[in-house]
Write a protein that binds this ligand. Structure first.
Ligand code: HEC
Length: 113
């Protein structure tokens, strides 16, 4: 019998959750080290990661986001899977460890704007 669309969707969700678990296991950033690199980001994202409108660009808030989501978005800029000229350039120069540390720092700010 052919698998139903629902079964396929559930299987896709299950493998997505497994992927997410991998990221959780792999990311154990140090917020104190991340804080030291934060000035690199503050010019656009603001001193507290609050985000801002910068000319034609809307820079998103990066505080008040889940650490895993931050790691995933930064890694996808690094690999080029997610495209943005500036973010691709910056993250191509940062290591996975730098990314984990920055994610830990911004996730810890927990201040929503
Ligand atoms: C020159 C300005 C600029 C600098 C510097 C900059 N960013 Fe960004 N950032 C942006 C813009 C613009 C976007 C939105 C890009 C898009 O549409 O994908 C963005 C997106 C992001 C996102 C995705 C947010 C989301 O909600 O998905 C993260 C995470 C991020 N930046 C982290 C950082 C970190 C960490 C640094 C410092 C290492 C940094 N950025 C430096 C302008 C900047």
């Amino acid at each position: 019998m052919r698998r139903s669309g629902l079964m396929e969707a559930l299987a896709a969700i299950a493998s997505a959750i497994a992927l997410l678990a991998d990221v959780t296991a792999a990311s154990a950033g140090d917020a104190r080290i991340g804080r030291a690199s934060a000035p690199l980001c503050a010019g656009c994202h603001g001193q507290q990661g609050e985000g801002r409108v910068l000319g034609p660009d809307v820079v998103p808030s990066i505080s008040c986001q889940h650490e895993i989501y931050l790691v995933r978005s930064m890694r996808s800029y690094k690999t080029g899977e997610r495209k943005d000229k500036v973010m691709n350039e910056i993250f191509s120069r940062l290591s996975d460890e730098d990314i984990d540390n920055l994610a830990a720092y911004y996730a810890e700010l927990k201040r929503c704007f």
